[in-house]
Design a protein around this ligand. Structure first.
Ligand code: GLU
Length: 426
């Protein structure tokens, strides 16, 4: 195929949306900026371990369906690997690998004693029954049981997985291990050793980043206009926190479209009507598209859905002063450059979404010590960890004169590189 403009060729287009490639690009630059030799990049550019599994599940109509799942362990120099399991039709090996690298970076930025891990199963939980989902969750744990465990690799929730799924997984692992093992997984229901504040932790972490970011831009949260793309776990709790803090949430969306009201949406009503997958817009006729939503005029824009939403195609049209990435990978590298040239303050995913894994860490610590903290104690600890992470990234961006994403990667990669060096790996 011949194109007039070579930069528009489908291959280049795909490369720009290749989350693993773009993650590797920034890791490489971050390591170069920090003065590490090439072999450090060679070690960190891919997970140290990647498992692909095939999971047979008996479906409700008695047929057997075989699902494909993955578990990536990026690097365990600092400690056991840690990260969620995603149930989604678009899960791929590449995506899981990139997500595991992002988990390593998050752990580095908020200084947790972990490396990054991630799992995913190619499936559509919206079309599966409760019983089928239980079979799939248990089958996945049986398939990966040899490489996971409370001192090896600790799973957690991610897109379309929840405390119930964590409970089944914990139960399955405990049966295999022959003793009750709550520290195998985080994001569990409270009665099974879950932590207070875990469900809303990602959104709380995003809120803390917003509070820090507005100070830098001389904006007040109260009265500010907020647009949130995605109404799942992070997006819905965030809408509630922003609404309660006196901000006007003027736009929200789900996979099917968006809602807009310049006077502020009725968030309590929307939360009441959303289903467990975060779908709510189907109840309305006057919706806007997700593309239109991202271009709405606002002070704070929060992509809280999936990857590659802000690209070079729409980055020029973003009408926000601050972007805080609650989703993993919502902005491409070209878009990051355009936004930073336009003076928009972008708080990158590996920092902004680190609240979830931080409270997961608190959950794991509580499981290990067998002594549990109150919601207030968790909130106080999360606040300290997130503000420290934010300031480390912000000051690195200022002193090294780099954008916030590169600064976050520099902060995030350092501890892992140092740990690998002390261990004598590189
Ligand atoms: N899945 C979440 C993330 O992407 C949380 C991971 C965890 O709690 O371990 O950060």
């Amino acid at each position: 195929m011949v194109t007039d403009n070579p930069s528009d060729s489908p291959n280049e287009e795909n490369e720009k949306l290749d989350v693993l490639k773009s993650t590797q690009t920034v890791v490489k630059i971050a390591l170069e900026q920090l003065g590490y030799p090439d072999e450090v990049y060679d070690l960190l550019k891919e997970p140290i371990r990647m498992m692909t599994v095939r999971i047979p599940v008996r479906m409700d109509d008695d047929s057997i369906k075989i699902f494909t799942g993955y578990r990536a362990q990026h690097n365990d120099a600092v400690g056991p690997t840690k990260g969620g399991v995603r149930f989604h039709p678009h899960v791929s090996e590449k995506e899981v690998k990139a997500l595991s690298i992002w988990m390593s970076l998050k752990a580095g930025i908020v200084d947790l004693p972990y490396g990054g891990g991630k799992g995913g199963i190619v499936c559509d939980p919206r079309e599966m029954s409760f019983r089928e989902l239980e079979g799939l969750s248990r089958g996945y744990v049986r398939a990966i049981s040899q490489i996971v465990g409370p001192t090896k690799d600790i799973p957690a929730p991610d897109v379309f997985t929840n405390p119930q799924i964590m409970a089944w997984m914990m139960d399955e692992y405990s049966r295999i291990d022959e003793f009750n093992n709550p520290g195998f997984i985080t994001g569990k229901p409270i009665v099974l050793g879950g932590s207070h504040g875990r469900e809303s932790a990602t959104a709380k972490g995003v809120t803390i980043c917003i509070d820090e970011a507005v100070k830098k831009k001389n904006i007040k949260v109260k009265g500010s206009r907020v647009v949130i793309q995605g109404f799942g776990n992070a997006g819905s709790y965030l809408a509630k926190f922003m609404h309660d803090a006196g901000a006007k949430v003027v736009g929200i969306s789900d996979a099917y479209g968006g809602l807009y009201d310049p006077n502020g949406l009725d968030i309590d009503y929307l939360l009441d009507r959303r289903d467990s997958f975060g779908t709510v817009t189907k109840l309305f006729s006057d919706t806007i598209t997700n593309d239109e939503l991202l271009e709405l005029e606002c002070d704070i824009l929060v992509p809280a859905a999936v990857e590659n939403q802000i690209t070079e195609k729409n980055a020029h049209k973003i009408n926000a002063s601050i972007i805080v990435e609650a989703a993993n990978g919502p902005t491409t590298l070209e878009a990051t450059r355009i936004l930073s040239e336009r003076g928009i303050l972008l708080v990158p995913d590996v920092l902004a979404s680190a609240g979830g894994v931080t409270v997961s860490y608190f959950e794991w610590v509580q499981n290990n010590q067998g002594y549990y903290w109150s919601e207030e104690e968790i909130e106080e600890k999360l606040y300290k960890v997130m503000t420290k992470g934010f300031n480390a990234v912000y000051s690195t961006a200022e002193t090294r004169k780099v954008d916030m994403r590169l600064a976050a990667y520099m902060v995030g990669v350092r501890k892992m590189a140092e740990a690998a060096r002390f261990r004598g790996w590189i």
